[in-house]
Design a protein around this ligand. Structure first.
Ligand code: ZN
Length: 322
Protein backbone atom coordinates (compact mmCIF):
# COMPACT_ATOMS: atom_id res chain seq x y z
CA UNK A 1 0.00 0.00 0.00
CA UNK A 2 1.42 3.39 -0.97
CA UNK A 3 0.32 6.13 1.38
CA UNK A 4 0.03 9.75 0.33
CA UNK A 5 1.14 12.72 2.42
CA UNK A 6 -1.73 15.22 2.25
CA UNK A 7 0.56 18.14 3.12
CA UNK A 8 2.16 20.05 5.98
CA UNK A 9 0.81 19.28 9.44
CA UNK A 10 2.70 21.95 11.40
CA UNK A 11 5.99 23.77 11.67
CA UNK A 12 7.71 24.24 15.04
CA UNK A 13 10.18 27.04 15.70
CA UNK A 14 12.14 28.40 18.66
CA UNK A 15 11.39 31.80 20.18
CA UNK A 16 12.70 33.85 23.09
CA UNK A 17 10.24 35.75 25.26
CA UNK A 18 6.79 34.06 25.33
CA UNK A 19 4.83 37.31 25.73
CA UNK A 20 6.59 38.86 22.76
CA UNK A 21 5.86 35.74 20.72
CA UNK A 22 2.16 35.85 21.68
CA UNK A 23 1.88 39.55 20.89
CA UNK A 24 3.43 39.05 17.47
CA UNK A 25 1.59 35.95 16.25
CA UNK A 26 -1.84 36.48 17.86
CA UNK A 27 -1.62 40.28 17.79
CA UNK A 28 0.25 41.48 14.70
CA UNK A 29 -0.39 38.44 12.49
CA UNK A 30 -3.86 37.66 13.85
CA UNK A 31 -3.47 33.90 14.23
CA UNK A 32 -5.47 32.06 16.85
CA UNK A 33 -3.60 30.72 19.87
CA UNK A 34 -5.21 27.28 19.73
CA UNK A 35 -3.24 25.70 22.55
CA UNK A 36 -1.22 26.92 25.47
CA UNK A 37 0.63 24.00 26.94
CA UNK A 38 4.12 23.12 28.09
CA UNK A 39 7.02 21.50 26.32
CA UNK A 40 6.50 17.84 27.23
CA UNK A 41 10.27 17.33 27.23
CA UNK A 42 10.87 20.44 29.39
CA UNK A 43 7.74 21.18 31.49
CA UNK A 44 9.15 24.42 32.91
CA UNK A 45 8.72 26.08 29.49
CA UNK A 46 5.71 26.79 27.29
CA UNK A 47 4.67 25.30 23.99
CA UNK A 48 2.34 27.56 22.00
CA UNK A 49 0.30 26.44 18.99
CA UNK A 50 -1.14 29.00 16.57
CA UNK A 51 -3.48 28.30 13.67
CA UNK A 52 -6.95 28.84 12.27
CA UNK A 53 -10.10 28.45 14.37
CA UNK A 54 -9.60 24.75 15.08
CA UNK A 55 -5.85 24.48 14.49
CA UNK A 56 -6.48 22.55 11.27
CA UNK A 57 -3.43 20.65 10.01
CA UNK A 58 -1.68 22.87 7.49
CA UNK A 59 -2.41 26.06 9.45
CA UNK A 60 -0.37 25.28 12.57
CA UNK A 61 2.80 27.09 13.57
CA UNK A 62 4.10 26.16 17.02
CA UNK A 63 6.80 27.65 19.24
CA UNK A 64 9.03 26.65 22.07
CA UNK A 65 9.53 30.03 23.77
CA UNK A 66 12.75 29.83 25.74
CA UNK A 67 13.42 33.15 27.50
CA UNK A 68 17.02 34.24 26.97
CA UNK A 69 17.71 31.64 24.26
CA UNK A 70 20.72 32.47 22.10
CA UNK A 71 19.98 33.36 18.53
CA UNK A 72 20.37 30.74 15.82
CA UNK A 73 22.02 31.21 12.46
CA UNK A 74 20.41 30.58 9.09
CA UNK A 75 22.30 28.10 6.95
CA UNK A 76 22.22 24.65 5.45
CA UNK A 77 20.54 21.71 7.14
CA UNK A 78 17.64 23.92 8.17
CA UNK A 79 14.21 25.12 7.22
CA UNK A 80 15.04 28.80 6.78
CA UNK A 81 11.61 30.36 6.26
CA UNK A 82 7.93 29.74 6.79
CA UNK A 83 5.40 31.17 4.34
CA UNK A 84 1.71 31.88 4.97
CA UNK A 85 -1.05 32.31 2.38
CA UNK A 86 -2.97 35.56 2.11
CA UNK A 87 -5.62 36.55 -0.45
CA UNK A 88 -4.30 38.15 -3.64
CA UNK A 89 -5.97 41.46 -2.85
CA UNK A 90 -4.54 41.67 0.69
CA UNK A 91 -0.92 42.58 -0.05
CA UNK A 92 -1.54 46.32 0.43
CA UNK A 93 -3.34 45.71 3.71
CA UNK A 94 -0.41 43.70 5.04
CA UNK A 95 2.21 46.24 3.96
CA UNK A 96 0.28 48.89 5.88
CA UNK A 97 -0.23 46.62 8.87
CA UNK A 98 3.44 45.66 9.15
CA UNK A 99 4.41 49.32 8.89
CA UNK A 100 1.94 50.24 11.62
CA UNK A 101 3.32 47.50 13.86
CA UNK A 102 6.93 48.56 13.22
CA UNK A 103 7.85 45.36 11.41
CA UNK A 104 10.46 45.88 8.72
CA UNK A 105 9.80 44.04 5.48
CA UNK A 106 11.63 43.46 2.23
CA UNK A 107 10.45 44.96 -1.03
CA UNK A 108 7.55 42.81 -2.29
CA UNK A 109 8.81 40.34 -4.89
CA UNK A 110 7.48 37.64 -7.19
CA UNK A 111 8.49 34.00 -7.01
CA UNK A 112 6.88 31.02 -8.69
CA UNK A 113 4.41 33.55 -10.11
CA UNK A 114 3.12 34.57 -6.67
CA UNK A 115 3.57 37.79 -4.70
CA UNK A 116 5.93 37.46 -1.71
CA UNK A 117 6.21 39.83 1.25
CA UNK A 118 9.13 38.81 3.49
CA UNK A 119 9.84 39.96 7.04
CA UNK A 120 11.12 38.59 10.35
CA UNK A 121 9.52 37.99 13.70
CA UNK A 122 11.05 39.54 16.83
CA UNK A 123 13.45 36.62 17.23
CA UNK A 124 14.67 36.84 13.65
CA UNK A 125 12.63 34.00 12.12
CA UNK A 126 12.12 34.63 8.40
CA UNK A 127 8.45 34.70 7.44
CA UNK A 128 6.71 35.31 4.14
CA UNK A 129 3.18 36.25 3.18
CA UNK A 130 2.34 34.83 -0.23
CA UNK A 131 -0.59 35.94 -2.34
CA UNK A 132 -2.39 32.80 -3.26
CA UNK A 133 -5.77 32.69 -4.94
CA UNK A 134 -6.58 29.02 -4.43
CA UNK A 135 -5.99 29.08 -0.69
CA UNK A 136 -8.03 32.24 -0.19
CA UNK A 137 -10.95 30.41 -1.72
CA UNK A 138 -10.41 27.13 0.09
CA UNK A 139 -9.31 28.16 3.60
CA UNK A 140 -10.74 30.77 5.94
CA UNK A 141 -8.08 31.42 8.55
CA UNK A 142 -9.04 32.78 11.98
CA UNK A 143 -11.98 35.09 11.51
CA UNK A 144 -12.33 36.43 15.05
CA UNK A 145 -8.75 37.50 15.59
CA UNK A 146 -7.04 40.86 15.29
CA UNK A 147 -7.10 40.94 11.47
CA UNK A 148 -10.33 41.46 9.47
CA UNK A 149 -11.48 38.09 8.03
CA UNK A 150 -11.05 39.13 4.41
CA UNK A 151 -7.33 39.76 4.96
CA UNK A 152 -6.65 37.00 7.50
CA UNK A 153 -3.77 34.60 7.03
CA UNK A 154 -5.27 31.41 5.56
CA UNK A 155 -2.67 28.96 6.81
CA UNK A 156 0.81 27.79 5.95
CA UNK A 157 1.67 28.14 2.27
CA UNK A 158 5.06 26.41 2.18
CA UNK A 159 8.35 25.97 3.95
CA UNK A 160 11.75 26.66 2.43
CA UNK A 161 14.62 24.38 3.34
CA UNK A 162 18.25 25.07 2.66
CA UNK A 163 20.49 22.05 2.06
CA UNK A 164 23.83 21.39 0.44
CA UNK A 165 23.19 17.81 -0.65
CA UNK A 166 20.11 18.73 -2.64
CA UNK A 167 19.91 15.44 -4.59
CA UNK A 168 19.58 13.31 -1.46
CA UNK A 169 16.74 15.43 -0.10
CA UNK A 170 15.00 15.42 -3.48
CA UNK A 171 15.35 11.65 -3.69
CA UNK A 172 13.75 11.12 -0.28
CA UNK A 173 10.91 13.51 -1.11
CA UNK A 174 10.09 12.05 -4.51
CA UNK A 175 11.05 8.39 -4.27
CA UNK A 176 10.02 7.65 -0.70
CA UNK A 177 7.59 10.34 0.43
CA UNK A 178 5.54 10.66 -2.76
CA UNK A 179 6.29 14.32 -3.58
CA UNK A 180 6.68 15.56 -7.16
CA UNK A 181 8.75 18.47 -8.39
CA UNK A 182 6.47 21.28 -9.57
CA UNK A 183 8.87 24.15 -10.16
CA UNK A 184 12.41 25.41 -10.33
CA UNK A 185 13.55 29.00 -10.02
CA UNK A 186 17.22 29.91 -9.73
CA UNK A 187 18.50 27.36 -7.22
CA UNK A 188 15.15 26.73 -5.53
CA UNK A 189 13.21 23.57 -6.34
CA UNK A 190 9.55 23.31 -5.41
CA UNK A 191 7.96 20.00 -4.50
CA UNK A 192 4.31 19.25 -3.85
CA UNK A 193 2.59 16.47 -1.95
CA UNK A 194 -0.99 15.21 -2.29
CA UNK A 195 -3.15 17.67 -4.16
CA UNK A 196 -0.36 20.24 -4.01
CA UNK A 197 -0.83 23.98 -3.67
CA UNK A 198 -0.77 26.00 -0.46
CA UNK A 199 -0.15 23.88 2.61
CA UNK A 200 1.22 20.96 0.62
CA UNK A 201 4.50 22.21 -0.77
CA UNK A 202 8.12 22.64 0.17
CA UNK A 203 10.90 24.63 -1.48
CA UNK A 204 14.37 23.16 -1.37
CA UNK A 205 17.16 25.67 -1.83
CA UNK A 206 20.35 24.12 -3.08
CA UNK A 207 23.18 26.01 -1.38
CA UNK A 208 26.40 23.99 -1.55
CA UNK A 209 28.62 26.92 -0.53
CA UNK A 210 26.52 28.25 2.34
CA UNK A 211 27.61 27.69 5.94
CA UNK A 212 25.78 25.20 8.16
CA UNK A 213 22.86 26.66 10.10
CA UNK A 214 22.57 26.69 13.89
CA UNK A 215 19.13 25.81 15.22
CA UNK A 216 18.38 28.09 18.20
CA UNK A 217 16.25 31.21 18.81
CA UNK A 218 14.56 32.47 15.64
CA UNK A 219 14.97 29.24 13.71
CA UNK A 220 12.73 26.38 12.67
CA UNK A 221 13.11 23.33 14.90
CA UNK A 222 11.28 20.86 12.65
CA UNK A 223 8.75 20.47 9.85
CA UNK A 224 5.86 18.05 10.38
CA UNK A 225 4.00 16.32 7.54
CA UNK A 226 0.50 14.92 7.81
CA UNK A 227 -0.55 11.30 8.21
CA UNK A 228 -4.31 10.86 7.93
CA UNK A 229 -4.41 8.26 10.70
CA UNK A 230 -2.30 5.91 12.80
CA UNK A 231 -2.22 3.21 10.15
CA UNK A 232 -0.81 5.64 7.60
CA UNK A 233 1.78 6.75 10.12
CA UNK A 234 2.84 3.15 10.80
CA UNK A 235 3.21 2.59 7.06
CA UNK A 236 5.38 5.72 6.76
CA UNK A 237 7.51 4.59 9.64
CA UNK A 238 8.26 1.33 7.85
CA UNK A 239 8.94 2.94 4.49
CA UNK A 240 11.27 5.55 5.92
CA UNK A 241 13.12 3.04 8.08
CA UNK A 242 13.55 0.89 4.94
CA UNK A 243 15.65 3.68 3.38
CA UNK A 244 18.12 3.33 6.23
CA UNK A 245 17.13 6.53 8.09
CA UNK A 246 16.68 6.42 11.86
CA UNK A 247 13.03 6.92 12.79
CA UNK A 248 11.82 7.35 16.36
CA UNK A 249 9.08 5.18 17.83
CA UNK A 250 5.57 6.70 17.79
CA UNK A 251 5.35 9.40 20.49
CA UNK A 252 2.10 10.65 22.02
CA UNK A 253 1.96 14.44 21.69
CA UNK A 254 -1.57 14.65 23.15
CA UNK A 255 -3.01 16.46 20.09
CA UNK A 256 -1.44 14.10 17.55
CA UNK A 257 0.99 11.20 17.48
CA UNK A 258 4.45 11.74 16.04
CA UNK A 259 7.45 10.07 14.52
CA UNK A 260 10.67 11.98 13.82
CA UNK A 261 13.63 11.48 11.52
CA UNK A 262 16.33 13.65 10.02
CA UNK A 263 16.16 13.92 6.23
CA UNK A 264 19.49 13.53 4.40
CA UNK A 265 19.97 17.32 4.11
CA UNK A 266 19.88 17.63 7.91
CA UNK A 267 16.38 19.04 8.49
CA UNK A 268 14.38 17.38 11.26
CA UNK A 269 11.15 15.97 9.82
CA UNK A 270 8.13 14.72 11.74
CA UNK A 271 5.09 12.83 10.53
CA UNK A 272 2.10 13.70 12.72
CA UNK A 273 -1.40 12.22 12.69
CA UNK A 274 -4.39 14.43 11.90
CA UNK A 275 -6.36 13.03 14.87
CA UNK A 276 -7.20 13.68 17.62
CA UNK A 277 -6.68 17.46 17.27
CA UNK A 278 -6.90 20.37 19.69
CA UNK A 279 -10.47 19.90 20.93
CA UNK A 280 -9.47 16.75 22.80
CA UNK A 281 -9.00 18.69 26.06
CA UNK A 282 -10.99 21.93 25.65
CA UNK A 283 -13.99 23.00 23.55
CA UNK A 284 -13.50 24.79 20.21
CA UNK A 285 -14.68 28.14 21.59
CA UNK A 286 -12.21 27.95 24.48
CA UNK A 287 -9.09 26.87 22.61
CA UNK A 288 -5.98 28.52 24.01
CA UNK A 289 -7.78 30.12 26.94
CA UNK A 290 -6.21 27.99 29.65
CA UNK A 291 -2.90 26.31 30.31
CA UNK A 292 -3.42 22.67 29.33
CA UNK A 293 -1.26 19.91 30.74
CA UNK A 294 -1.07 16.26 29.72
CA UNK A 295 -2.69 14.01 32.32
CA UNK A 296 0.67 12.72 33.60
CA UNK A 297 1.72 16.28 34.54
CA UNK A 298 -1.64 17.43 35.95
CA UNK A 299 -0.60 16.48 39.54
CA UNK A 300 2.27 19.03 39.21
CA UNK A 301 0.08 21.86 37.91
CA UNK A 302 0.64 24.24 40.86
CA UNK A 303 4.39 23.89 40.68
CA UNK A 304 4.47 24.21 36.87
CA UNK A 305 2.26 27.31 36.94
CA UNK A 306 4.49 28.95 39.52
CA UNK A 307 7.56 28.50 37.30
CA UNK A 308 6.06 29.57 33.95
CA UNK A 309 6.19 33.29 33.10
CA UNK A 310 2.87 35.08 33.57
CA UNK A 311 1.16 36.17 30.35
CA UNK A 312 -1.17 39.04 29.47
CA UNK A 313 -3.80 38.58 26.80
CA UNK A 314 -3.73 34.84 26.56
CA UNK A 315 -7.14 35.02 24.90
CA UNK A 316 -7.61 35.26 21.19
CA UNK A 317 -10.43 37.75 21.13
CA UNK A 318 -8.19 40.72 20.52
CA UNK A 319 -9.91 43.80 19.27
CA UNK A 320 -10.18 43.82 15.50
CA UNK A 321 -8.35 46.58 13.73
CA UNK A 322 -9.22 47.66 10.23
ZN1 ZN B 1 6.14 18.81 15.86
Amino acid sequence: MKEEIPGIHHVTAIAGDPQQNLNFYAGTLGLRLVKRTINFDDPSTYHFYYGDEAGTPGTILTFFPWPGVRRGRAGTGQATSVAFSIPESSLGFWIERLTKHNVEYEKPARRFDEGVLAFRDKDGLMLELITDKSSAERRRGWERGSVPPKHAIRGIHSVTMCVDGYEHTAKLLTETMGFRQTGEEESVFRFAAGEGGAGAQVNVRCAPDFWPGVVAGGSVHHVAWRARDDAAQRAWREQIAATGLNVTPVLDRQYFRSIYFREPGGVLFEIATDPPGFTIDEPLEQLGAELKLPSWLEPNRKEIESILPQLDHPQNELEQES
